[in-house]
Design a protein around this ligand. Structure first.
Ligand SMILES: *[C@@H]1O[C@H](CO)[C@@H](O)[C@H](O)[C@H]1NC(C)=O
Ligand SMILES: *[C@@H]1O[C@H](CO)[C@@H](O)[C@H](O)[C@H]1NC(C)=O
Ligand SMILES: *[C@@H]1O[C@H](CO)[C@@H](O)[C@H](O)[C@H]1NC(C)=O
Ligand SMILES: *[C@@H]1O[C@H](CO)[C@@H](O)[C@H](O)[C@H]1NC(C)=O
Ligand SMILES: *[C@@H]1O[C@H](CO)[C@@H](O)[C@H](O)[C@H]1NC(C)=O
Ligand SMILES: *[C@@H]1O[C@H](CO)[C@@H](O)[C@H](O)[C@H]1NC(C)=O
Length: 477
């Protein structure tokens, strides 16, 4: 008995020290705010497919985050054994409801929302249609989940400059409902979103700043030339997908894989900006004979028009045999965005050292965002002539704080009948209504002839009494 207990104890301590070792090796970054919520679950912990521990929002600890009452817990009666346990329960909202997370580390936060439909005798998921707001930003508008097989994960980076991050779920109308399976709120490393980038637009190329204090939605996160990466493989628990479906033409290009160590340096990309798994694979153009190939390697990404996009390109020269041989051009939407990129000098004369560049494009036209790399007029024969390791494309909130649809957060909250929603930044709401009012007025004055079927919000602007609106919201906190 005694020996068994001792043995168990020493086994346990070995196990603990091994897991600690594993932890310290796996993630040097430890976020101050780190909330993983399994919605609709009463279990204190649910371990997901990537070995992360989620807390049930009906458990004693997890219930503090859910501020609203009269929400509904739903369990999948027939969960697929292949799906992650966090998708076996959901929380359903038939009226505006919110979660609030205390923020100890102000700044950019990673916010991920998980949605997975399942069969339920009580709710038909065809009737789910809803809006999601976060601290005055519109994340999702009239959102529905169509895929019945796979979860939808929406991934955001949101600047939080207050003590709380409040996430509101609201059915699009009374006959509809909202739901969510899991929520992640994680403080991001300070170097994840830089404030400055290169604006690439039709007339000119210039610096743009103010990116940090915004809300970004990840539309694509692509591991060029490499495999799909799951949260288990990434220091910030992100998903990266392979690039095959976005690659426009691969003629004359190749893939490269590097098994050596990626040399992260101060001032360059950190492991949180891009993990080893992103930098150790790439696609490239190389010249094998005496002439430099005349071609580009291009990718195309369908995007929604009317937004700015932050395009982050990840580079790491894992293919050159020596320093100073690789020079190439980078094009974003067909514009020369970076001429004669020389990775050797940027990375202080180290090969296999990562670097990233941020570009902002204003998508007003084609609905497609393109990225190309190709030889420059400094490229040499018998060397690598272009390389790309990863691409991230992030939608930037517009001037009304919107990432989806055309209605701002304040107006969405007011659209709920008998709007007893509580005060979600009433001032933003008022400002937003004013913006819309002037916009509508402008439309009426300017474009009367084609505005017949055009309505921005479901209320007549002349009936809104801003002052009483604000008092209502304040009174119902
Ligand atoms: C949601 O979609 C419906 C039509 O399906 C539309 O009438 C309504 O205005 C939309 N709501 C918002 C907030 O965009
Ligand atoms: C990523 O993690 C999965 C486990 O989820 C593992 O099987 C796979 O080998 C890892 N991939 C890489 C490239 O490390
Ligand atoms: C070099 O090789 C490419 C194909 O890899 C070929 O198209 C080209 O003609 C070659 N150039 C010379 C000068 O041999
Ligand atoms: C590469 O793409 C850029 C931008 O679209 C274009 O100007 C350039 O001519 C292309 N180069 C080749 C060799 O096709
Ligand atoms: C390289 O191209 C740029 C324009 O893209 C041109 O101004 C420059 O003179 C060229 N350099 C050489 C060495 O041809
Ligand atoms: C995004 O929202 C922030 C704050 O709400 C605002 O300052 C910024 O200008 C918005 N971004 C754009 C591109 O309009």
């Amino acid at each position: 008995m005694e020996t068994l207990r001792t043995r168990t104890r020493s086994f346990l301590s070995l196990f603990i020290s091994l897991s600690l070792l594993h932890l310290s090796l796996a993630s040097a970054f430890s976020p101050t705010d780190h909330y993983l919520i399994d919605c609709g679950s009463a279990d204190l912990t649910t371990v997901d497919a990537d070995h992360r521990r989620f807390t049930g929002d009906s458990s004693e600890f997890g219930s503090r985050f859910l501020l609203s009452t009269r929400t509904i817990r739903l369990g999948d009666s027939n969960p697929s054994p292949d799906s992650s346990p966090i998708y076996h329960t959901a929380r359903v909202f038939t009226r505006p409801s919110k979660y609030a997370f205390r923020i100890r580390d102000r700044g950019t936060h990673l916010v991920r929302l998980h949605f997975h439909r399942f069969d339920s005798s009580n709710f038909d998921f065809y009737d789910s249609q809803f809006h999601v707001l976060a601290n005055g930003y519109v994340l999702l508008n009239n959102f529905t989940v169509v895929d019945t097989q796979n979860p939808r994960i929406k991934d955001y980076m949101i600047w939080v400059d207050s003590e709380e991050l409040v996430i509101t779920f609201m059915p699009s109308k009374k006959s509809k409902f909202a739901f969510v399976n899991a929520i992640e709120v994680i403080s991001a490393p300070k170097d994840l979103v830089a404030d400055v980038a290169t604006l690439v637009n039709y007339e000119k190329i210039e610096r743009i700043n103010g990116l940090m204090k915004s809300a970004l939605e990840t539309v694509y996160r692509v591991n060029v030339g490499g495999p799909k990466l799951t949260p288990f493989n990434d220091s910030l628990w992100r998903n990266w997908v392979p690039d095959d479906e976005f690659l426009k033409s691969s003629d004359g290009s190749g893939r490269v894989y590097y098994s050596g160590r990626i040399k992260y340096q101060m001032g360059g990309a950190s492991r949180e900006v891009g993990p080893d798994n992103v930098y150790n694979s790439a696609r490239l153009i190389a010249s094998l004979n005496d002439s430099v190939p005349k071609l580009n390697l291009s990718w195309e990404f369908p995007v929604m028009e009317g937004y700015k996009y932050l395009v982050r390109l990840h580079f790491c020269d894992i293919a050159s045999i020596s320093l100073g041989l690789l020079y190439f051009n980078v094009y974003v939407n067909g514009k020369l965005a970076y001429e004669n990129l020389d990775l050797s000098s940027i990375t202080n004369l180290k090969l296999a050292s990562p670097f990233y560049a941020d570009f902002v494009v204003d998508e007003q036209g084609s609905g497609v965002l393109s990225v190309s790399v190709g030889p420059s007029n400094m490229s040499m024969s018998h060397t690598v002539d272009a390389i790309l390791n990863g691409v991230e494309i992030m939608k930037v909130n517009n001037s009304m704080g919107i990432l989806d649809g055309e209605v701002c957060a304040g107006a969405i909250l007011k659209s709920w009948p008998r709007s007893h929603v509580g005060a979600l930044v009433p001032l933003i709401g008022a400002v937003c209504l004013l913006v819309i009012a002037s916009f509508v007025l402008h439309r009426r004055l300017v474009g009367a002839k084609n505005s017949a079927a055009w309505s921005l919000i479901p209320v007549d602007i002349s009936e809104i009494n801003l002052k009483s609106g604000i008092q209502t919201s304040l009174g119902k906190v």
